[in-house]
Design a protein around this ligand. Structure first.
Ligand code: SAH
Ligand code: SF4
Length: 344
């Protein structure tokens, strides 16, 4: 079986430099290759026009540029698209492209499946298969940007596809560094958000980073009793501990942590919940994103829109910034929490 070390996408500059030295080539060649991959997103070695043909041939003999293959694009009536990729080992993952007026958002996966088993999430129901490499994460972005002919400066990236990013910490952070490197993909750190169900261990590692990524915490409940049911990870890392921990992160001026809250009918959407949420979040620098539930089975129902608006109004009156996620791609099972490879 092919080893993922044989793919160049996903390598940092220093790794390419080490590699280039083995070939007896000058170090600056590594920078050129780095730019061909991350700045120009070339399709193949033959497009690397400032590299000699003989060296390109040598590279081609030893490596592939990319490891994931676009298998299918599923188009939604609302303009969003779900990309299905085949991995080198035969597994599949999905990414979602969501066009907006001036910006577009690309939602990328960090794992095949997810071990967290949240009851309302299709990926959770799939179970965990494996972590993605940094290359497999970055390549999703490269493929979507190329396929949609997007300007990198106009792209938001969210780690909200399949998987729990903080349980694949090293590869996710490596991919984050590649995506945000000003000499490479060059997507502003302000435009990249990592979403987590609240893995305290991972958040501790985040705190130790030189550059702390923008974070979103999937809260989805205001009481342990309900969160334990919806998100079993709460029994290990209680949401109050997670919020308290996040409060100690050195955020930049004006920066806030996004609290995601999936609205489930008669589960977490009462006015009592709104009150509790307001009290709970008062001390913290957060903004709230209410997510209309995208049903995946008949266990939970989505809250009616008028209830979601009431919930939002209540919180807004108490001074919170509260947005409601525009739930795109439902008809192609590409909306939040619906990625579970039904399309294969
Ligand atoms: N594992 C990470 C990131 C992927 S899930 C996390 O949990 O944060 C991304 C978001 O989708 C989370 O906020 C999650 O609560 C939400 N989500 C999951 N299933 C959903 C569904 N069926 N409908 C709406 N949102 C869902
Ligand atoms: Fe995993 Fe996030 Fe889905 Fe929970 S909501 S099962 S953590 S992907």
């Amino acid at each position: 079986m092919v080893d993922c070390m044989e793919f160049l996408a996903g390598k940092e500059l220093f790794e390419l430099e080490e590699l280039i030295e083995i070939f007896g080539e000058k170090r600056y060649r590594a920078k050129q290759i780095y730019e061909w991959i991350y700045v120009h997103n070339v399709d193949d070695f033959s497009s690397m026009s400032n590299i000699s043909k003989s060296f390109r041939e040598k590279l081609k003999g030893e490596f592939s540029l990319y490891s994931i293959k676009l298998e299918n694009i599923n188009k939604s009536r609302d303009g969003s698209k779900k990309f299905l990729f085949k991995l080198w080992d035969g597994n599949f993952i999905e990414s979602v492209y969501i066009p907006e007026r001036e910006w577009s958002t690309i939602c990328i996966s960090s794992q095949v499946g997810c071990a967290m088993g949240c009851k309302f999430c299709a990926t959770g129901k799939m179970g965990f298969v494996r972590n993605l490499s940094a290359g497999e994460i970055v390549e999703q972005l490269i493929h979507v940007i190329k396929s949609e002919n997007l300007k990198k400066k106009r792209v938001n990236v969210v780690y909200m596809g399949m998987g729990e990013p903080l349980l694949n910490f090293d590869n996710v952070i490596k991919s984050y560094n590649l995506i945000t490197d000003p000499d490479g993909m060059s997507i502003s750190r302000r435009r990249v958000t990592i979403s987590t169900c609240g893995i305290l261990d991972g958040l501790e590692k985040i705190r130790a980073l030189e550059k702390i990524p923008k974070l979103a915490i999937s809260l989805n409940a205001t009481k342990d009793e309900i969160r334990n049911e919806l998100m079993p990870i709460n029994k290990k890392y209680s949401f109050k501990d997670v919020l308290n921990f996040c409060d100690k992160l050195p955020l930049k001026k004006g920066e806030r942590i996004t609290i995601e809250y999936v609205m489930l009918k008669d589960k977490n959407d009462s006015m009592e919940d709104a009150k509790r949420l307001s009290k709970l979040l008062k001390p913290f620098r957060t903004k709230i994103n209410l997510i209309p539930y995208n049903p995946i089975d008949d266990v939970y129902d989505s809250s009616p829109m008028d209830r979601i608006f009431k919930f939002q109004e209540f919180l807004k009156k108490r001074g919170f910034t509260v947005t409601i996620r525009d739930s795109k791609g439902k008809d192609i099972s590409g909306a939040c929490g619906m990625l579970a490879l039904k399309s294969i």
